[in-house]
Design a protein around this ligand. Structure first.
Ligand code: ARG
Length: 458
C-alpha cells in the first residue's frame, strides 16, 4: 500500500507489515478527538501566520464535513488504513485538495496521538465519574430503605456483630466516593497539552502551544517535548484507578453471589438479572455479578500489560506504544459496562429481611453487647469480656441464645445483671446503640447517606 510517509523508502509495504502496523481497528474510536485536535492545530497555524486564514478555514470546514460523515455513516473508516490520523488526513486532502497537505505542518503523529488519547482519557473520566455518582445515589436509595433491616456483620466470614443492610451498602458507597476522588486527582495531572512537541524535539516554526492548548480546553502545556510524546503515565493512572473500581465491584459481586445462595438467602435477584441453565431447570444464576467479578481479571491484566510494554521503552516515541490503546479502551469500556449493570442490579435487588434477621439471631452476635452492658454497670472491659465469653460458652452447651438465658442464670455469672439486659441484647437495640460516628445505627447511616449525596451531586 502507498504511504503518506513514503519519505526515503519506496513507500510500499508487504501485506503482513500492513497487518501488523495497522491500528485503525482500535484507534478509530478516536476520530472525533483527532478531528477536534486538527481543527485547533489549523487555527493556531493561521494565527501564527504559518498558513493563511483561508487555508485554515478550508481545513476546518473539510474536517467538520469528515466528522459529520463518519458519524452519520456516510463515510466509512477504511479498515485497511494505517491509523485514524492517516485516514482523516488522506480524506481531507482528497476533499479539499493540496491545502489539506498543509495541516501536518509543525506536527507529528507522535504528538497527535498523545493529544487524542489524552482527550479520550479526560472525557472518559468524566463519564466514569458520572456513572459512579449514579451508583452512589442508587446505593443511598437502597440504604435508606434498609436502615432498620438487620443482618449479621462478619469478620473472617464468621458472625461478628449485627449491622443494618443499609450500613453494609454504604460501605460500598464510600468506596465509590474515593474512586471518584482518585479519578479527579489523576485528571488534574493529565491537564497538560502535548501538542506542539512534534516528533520529539519541538519545531522550527513559530507555533503557539499555549493558544492551541487553550482551544482544546487544557489549562497548560507539557513542558518537555520528549516527555510529551512518550508519556503514558495518565493511561496507567486511569487504568489503575479503573482496576481499583473493578476490585470494589468484584467484592460486591462476591457478596451478591453469596447472599443469593440457598444457604444465605439474604437477597433475590429479579429474573431479568439472572440466567438459567440449559440442563437444570431450577437454576437462577447471578451471572451479572459473576461476569463483573470475572472481568476484573481482564482489567488487572490490561494494566499489567501496559506497564510491561512501557518498561523497556527508551525515549522518545517507539512503535511499541501503539499497543497502549487496546488495553486502555478495554478497561474504560469494561468498567463503564460493569458500573451500569450494577446501577440497575442494586436498584432491583430484593431484600429478604426475615432471612437476614433469622441468620443474625444465630451465632451470638450480641456477645459484645453483654460485655458492654457490664461495662456500663462499672465492670472493667477486660473482666466483662471474660464474663461474656463464659456466658456464651454456657449458652452454647445449653443450646440457647443469650437473650433466652433466664435472669437467675445470669446472676450466677455476675450480680450486676438486671432485667434491662434483655432489652440491651435485642438485635435492634444492638444496632441502634452503635451510634458512634460511622457506626451502624440508623442515625449514623443517615448521616453517611447525606455525606455521599453531597459528593454525588458535585
Ligand atoms: N498509530 C500510531 C500510534 O498509535 C500513531 C503514531 C505513529 N508515529 C510514528 N512515528 N509512526 O501510536
Amino acid at each position: 500500500m502507498d504511504k503518506l510517509w513514503a519519505g526515503r523508502t519506496i513507500g510500499t509495504t508487504a501485506d503482513l507489515v500492513d497487518e501488523i502496523n495497522s491500528s485503525v481497528a482500535v484507534d478509530r474510536r478516536l476520530y472525533k478527538r483527532d478531528i477536534a485536535g486538527s481543527k485547533a492545530h489549523a487555527k493556531m497555524l493561521a494565527k501564527q501566520g504559518i498558513i493563511t486564514q483561508e487555508e485554515a478555514d478550508a481545513i476546518v470546514e473539510g474536517l467538520t464535513g469528515i466528522c459529520e460523515d463518519i458519524t452519520s455513516g456516510a463515510l466509512e473508516i477504511d479498515p485497511t488504513a494505517e491509523d485514524i490520523h492517516m485516514f482523516v488526513e488522506q480524506v481531507l486532502t482528497q476533499r479539499i485538495g493540496d491545502t489539506g497537505k498543509k495541516l501536518h505542518t509543525a506536527r507529528s503523529r507522535n504528538d497527535q496521538v498523545a493529544l487524542d488519547t489524552k482527550m479520550y482519557c479526560i472525557e472518559e473520566i468524566d463519564s466514569i465519574e458520572q456513572l459512579l455518582c449514579n451508583l452512589m445515589n442508587v446505593l443511598c436509595d437502597k440504604a435508606s430503605e434498609n436502615l432498620e433491616v438487620i443482618m449479621p456483620g462478619y469478620t473472617h466470614m464468621q458472625h461478628a456483630q449485627p449491622v443494618s443492610f443499609g450500613q453494609h451498602l454504604m460501605a460500598y458507597a464510600m468506596m465509590c466516593a474515593r474512586d471518584k476522588s482518585r479519578l479527579e486527582d489523576c485528571k488534574k495531572r493529565m491537564d497538560r497539552s502535548p501538542i506542539g512537541a512534534c516528533a520529539l524535539a519541538g519545531t522550527t516554526f513559530n507555533i503557539d502551544r499555549q493558544y492551541e492548548a487553550e482551544l482544546l480546553g487544557f489549562s497548560d502545556i507539557a513542558m518537555n517535548s520528549m516527555d510529551a510524546v512518550s508519556d503514558r503515565d495518565h493511561f496507567l493512572e486511569l487504568m489503575s484507578d479503573i482496576a481499583i473500581i473493578m476490585m470494589h465491584i468484584s467484592r460486591l459481586s462476591e457478596e451478591i453471589i453469596t447472599w443469593a445462595t440457598t444457604e444465605f438467602g439474604f437477597i433475590k435477584l429479579p429474573d431479568e438479572y439472572t440466567t438459567g441453565s440449559s440442563i437444570m431447570p431450577q437454576k437462577k444464576n447471578p451471572d451479572v455479578a459473576e461476569l463483573c467479578r470475572g472481568k476484573t481479571g481482564r482489567v488487572y491484566g490490561n494494566l499489567m500489560s501496559l506497564l510491561t510494554t512501557l518498561k523497556g521503552i527508551p525515549l522518545a516515541y517507539n512503535k511499541d506504544m501503539q499497543e497502549d490503546k487496546e488495553p486502555l479502551f478495554d478497561s474504560v469500556e469494561t468498567v463503564k459496562l460493569c458500573i451500569e449493570a450494577f446501577i440497575e442490579m442494586i436498584d432491583v435487588l430484593i431484600v429478604d429481611e426475615k432471612s437476614m434477621y433469622e441468620s443474625a439471631r444465630k451465632g451470638y452476635l450480641n456477645a459484645t453487647d453483654v460485655a458492654d452492658y457490664l461495662v456500663t454497670k462499672g465492670m472493667p472491659f477486660r473482666d466483662a469480656y471474660n464474663v461474656s465469653g463464659k456466658i456464651v460458652s454456657y449458652c452454647l452447651g445449653r443450646g440457647c441464645a443469650l437473650e433466652e438465658l433466664p435472669m437467675e442464670e445470669y446472676k450466677h455469672f455476675s450480680d450486676m445483671f438486671e432485667d434491662d439486659v434483655y432489652h440491651r441484647l435485642a438485635l435492634k437495640t444492638c444496632v441502634e446503640r452503635r451510634n458512634s460516628a460511622g457506626g451502624t445505627s440508623p442515625a449514623s447511616v443517615r448521616a453517611q447517606i447525606e455525606f455521599i449525596r453531597e459528593i454525588a451531586a458535585q
